[in-house]
Design a protein around this ligand. Sequence first.
Ligand SMILES: [Zn+2]
Length: 500
Amino acid sequence: MATTKPLAAIVRSSDGVAERQKAGTYHGDEEQVAEVERYVTNLPSKPPIVWMEPELDVSGGKPIDKRPALLAAIEGVEDGTYGGIVVAYLSRLTRSHSGRAIWDRVEAVGGHVHAARENLDTSTARGRFVRDLFLDLAVLEREEHSERFAERRKKTVEAGVWRVRQVPRGYAFAGPVNEAGKFKGEEARRLVPGPDVEDLRQAFRDHGRGVSIVAIADRLGMTPSGVRQMLKNRVYLGELRDGPNLKLNAHEALVTEAEFEAAQRSVPRAPRSMVDGPALLAGLVRCASCGHIMSRRATKQVIYGCAVHHSGGRCPKPASITTANLDAYVESVALPELDRLAVSASEGRGVQRAEDAVANAELELSALMKTITAAGLDAGDRDLAHELRVRKQAIEDARECLRLERQRQPVLPVAGMSGADVWEGLDATERNLLLRNLLAAVVVAPAGGRGRRVPIEDRVRVLAYGTDVKLPDQRPRAEKPLGIVPIPLPDVSTLGVLAA
Ligand SMILES: [Zn+2]
């Protein structure tokens, strides 16, 4: 008797499996396993079953190449390991029209797709017709589900209802609750100031005055990252947001816009260094070959050097330069300009521009939301969801710029004193801070071959804040490393390039 090839069995569940497992209410995988086993036992050839890695919390709308377990099953059939694929019922296999390719690929090599409950025979025209009906139904169910879900979230936000059990610190549910502890109606789930509202307000005011996150965390019995998230949460401005939905003035704001913004400020931290005291140009020096910040380190001499290996790749031609030489050069170029730089940086146009950018980004998002609503489009649709994410990211980016702009103001030279006078009275940290507020970057190109001497003014550009020269973004973003972005040395006549 010829050995029967095993069938690759797929088990898939999409919604909140992890939560339901925790609550002990999830048994979907066991039911699917039982259904597959019953079906295969009744097949005349009784093939063995090979269980693929269960797909838990995996949407059936995903394409095949985004589902490793399904892909392994199909490829296993194609390389002759499995005789086919088996699932408890068709919608476990796929809820995507593109899922038809599963049958095409499996049947192209003489394999068979078994759906235990529907028991389809796709070798006949009628079987394929019925398969397509089930497939259409599975897609429809998924689309309707996501429509309902999106609609529910939208309505909840519109009603100003706080959806999850835990309320943000400082707030409480409006109530009341009935005898069973359940909220009476939507009004009861709105946020009102809670018993610890003063603690919350104090935390914002404290951080706005410069009290450290750690000290605040200590006082409130929270973790520092918890405090950081709390101080960034726009819920305290009265905003209620869930996915793409946003309602302003959904509940009472606990802090003013000014208090909120003040708490977003923090002094930019200079990179840690191996030499005592901060480097004059800490955080400012960039390698022209890769765009990354160069840090100070001690070799035979103390230098600013490119770190060479970056998360986004290797620097093709790392620059380095003697700290003392570069510091002296930048001082000679920047000091005569301090007064002018301080004025242009304090004119407030930067803040105004950044505020406008935030407003514009918010307008764009709300215009897109209006279009979606008016045209009755599905916000869960892949392209639309992408578009929404892009707009929301644009808002976040604009807010980050605004935050940085606002940080620029506090350390400008004292009114009535010349920049050079002020400079004399500053310590290393203050000088670094001042330069970081007035300069965008100091770009250093590699010196060239061994023994070649390139005059410093030919390989260094000092860029004033507000320069036209485009600099790669150095903000930390875990999911997107900076990569290698060379900064070509701009011509000295470019706006914002300072020269001796
Ligand atoms: Zn480099």
